[in-house]
Design a protein around this ligand. Structure first.
Ligand SMILES: *Cc1c(COP(=O)(O)O)cnc(C)c1O
Length: 554
């Protein structure tokens, strides 16, 4: 039996020969084969940048590892997903694969993302417009009534959360629409799903003949410039849509950037960034509602707010003068504008433009990513928040030690590491310390308004003394020794190393002296005391702009 996708597809698409004959033929060769098949230039581009390596070669037609990584991220089989040049491209290939010019139609629910109608018109498909309700919510019955008389409705675009209004659609309603329209492919655009509290229908799309889901790394993963998205659906449907792709859709650089973004070690940081954007969205909404120029704030599920303002022209002029870009959306609502949630500092500038500045204290947050052949590490530090603390170095005792630093330092620390523990703990321990120190240093920025010095002496039978000077100059001193070689998987001789690495990457003088009987206690005392000393040294003190140095810099 032919699949629904095969019945709905344009005959020209079905008639195309499979395009990747060359790729299949060459599949038998290993990566070291001599490549004289593709008329590539044998010399890499003239550049001293590492990014140029391999750019003389064509990329993989269908990037296999990236397909697997994205499929795993969204919980579907690799056959149910094709990687596209952004979700935009997925919209385009759907329209081109399924809509015959002058004959077939697509539906959209306005106001919504403009690309659906754009690509449909480009292909000569008719665009049937249904309306969201007065609150910009999706009304399934009204929608079904609007498309009832369309015999050739090939694609029904639904956007959840919707751009530009932010409203999400209950997944059960999406499925009800798919059930009611068995001869139409329902296209659910989940570009902003990560910022909303609705569940994804990606896995459901992989199982159903007439539901597909669009995904993108542009928004939640911060990769808009790389142009990486995906189409998820039943394998037969995905294979047919993929026939409308060009031979080499994704540049190698984009494939690499996407693979790096999907490194498991970076996942906690991405989730924290998303949480941060959501928290900012929630913070901004009530403040903007108090703005004298704003009549309505819609706090939906995207990384943006939808505002309605009194005098859009005057506001546009003001924002332009201040160099703040927002997107006016008069077609959605008179005086409608979409305001993307930025960094805390950017949002502060926007609040000021709307006449509701908060005078927020600058955020002291630092992130660092360190990737070598031995370890992949991602760290985030927020000096002004005590939580979350989540540390996964792969070495439980070391996790516990770094957790002590953050707990006694009074700051949030996310750290995850995938290291070569099969060799030993050395690389992971050292590289985590380097990355942690880098993130701390970034969080401190120009080191204005901090105490700069810290010391601590916690007691027990073990005693550790830690002195810190956040001078900007690395110096490390360690006095003490351990009887055992290891505590769990953690080598005791690494403690001295950790503090040296921290001193180097943080730009600090760190003196540690430890005495006592029990190695576990002694080690723990070092880390706790370091946390305590750090808490003093980074504490905001006096003039927020002051740099505690007669040199005027740290
Ligand atoms: C931004 C956006 C996209 C486009 O994503 P890309 O992957 O950057 O092409 C898709 N759908 C909606 C609703 C968007 O707002």
């Amino acid at each position: 039996m032919t699949s629904l996708a095969a019945r709905l597809a344009r005959p020209e698409i079905l008639a195309l020969p499979p395009f990747d004959i060359a790729a299949q033929a060459n599949g038998a060769f290993g990566p070291d084969a001599i490549r004289l098949d593709a008329n590539e230039n044998p010399y890499p581009p003239l550049s001293d940048g590492a990014f140029a390596a391999g750019l003389n070669r064509y990329p993989e037609p269908r990037p296999a590892r990236l397909t697997q990584a994205m499929a795993a991220l969204w919980g579907v089989a690799p056959e149910a997903l094709v990687v596209t040049r952004g979700a935009d491209d997925a919209i385009d290939i759907l329209v081109r694969a399924f809509c015959r010019p002058g004959e077939d139609a697509v539906s959209i629910c306005t106001p919504t993302f403009s690309a659906y109608a754009h690509f449909a018109k480009l292909q000569g498909a008719r665009v049937v417009e249904a309306k969201l309700d007065g609150d910009f919510d999706f009304d399934a019955d009204a929608f079904l009534a609007a498309v009832r008389d369309e015999p050739r409705l090939k694609l029904a675009f639904l956007c959840s959360p919707n751009n530009p209004t932010g409203n999400a659609i209950d997944p059960a309603e999406v499925l009800r629409v798919a059930d009611a329209l068995p001869e139409t492919i329902v296209v659910l655009d989940e570009a902003y799903l990560d910022f909303a509290d609705v569940t994804s229908l990606a896995a459901e799309a992989a199982r159903r003949p007439n539901l597909v889901v669009l995904k993108t790394l542009s928004k939640a993963f911060g990769l808009a410039g790389a142009r990486v998205g995906a189409l998820i659906g039943a394998p037969e449907l995905v294979a047919i849509a993929a026939r409308a792709l060009p031979p080499y859709p994704l540049p190698s650089l984009s494939i690499e950037a996407a693979m790096a973004a999907l490194t498991p070690a970076r996942r906690p940081l991405h989730l924290q960034r998303i949480a941060r954007i959501k928290a900012e969205r929630a913070r901004l909404a009530p403040i903007l509602a108090c703005s004298p120029v704003v009549t309505k704030v819609r706090n939906g599920g995207g990384n943006f707010l939808f505002l309605e303002v009194e005098a859009p022209e005057a506001l546009a002029a003001k924002l332009h003068a201040l160099g703040i870009r927002v997107r006016f959306r008069p077609n959605a609502a008179p005086g409608g504008l979409r305001l993307t949630v930025g960094t805390e500092a950017e949002n502060e500038a926007a609040l000021a433009a709307f006449g509701v500045a908060e005078g927020a204290v600058p955020v002291r947050r630092g992130e660092a990513v360190r990737e070598t052949r031995e370890t992949k590490i991602a760290v985030a530090v927020d000096l002004d928040r005590a939580t979350p603390r989540s540390i996964d170095t792969g070495i439980p005792f070391y996790d516990h030690m770094l957790d002590q630093v953050a707990a006694h330092g009074g700051f949030s620390l996310l750290l995850s590491c995938e290291g070569d523990l099969e060799i030993d703990a050395h690389h992971s321990v050292e590289d985590c310390a380097i990355a942690f120190g880098t993130a701390l240093s970034r969080a401190l920025g120009e080191r204005r308004g901090i105490g700069r010095f810290g010391f601590a002496l916690p007691m027990d039978e073990a005693e550790a003394q830690v002195l810190i000077d956040l001078s900007g100059r690395p110096y490390s001193l360690f006095e003490g020794s351990f009887a055992a070689t290891h505590i769990g998987a953690y080598p005791t001789q690494m403690t001295q190393h950790v503090f040296r690495s921290l001193a180097d990457s943080l730009g600090a003088a760190i003196h540690v002296r430890v005495t006592g009987e029990n190695d576990h206690h002694k080690t723990e005392a070092c880390f706790k005391a370091f946390g305590r000393a750090l808490a003093q040294a980074v504490a905001r003190e006096g003039d927020a702009q002051a740099i505690r140095s007669t040199k005027g810099m740290l």
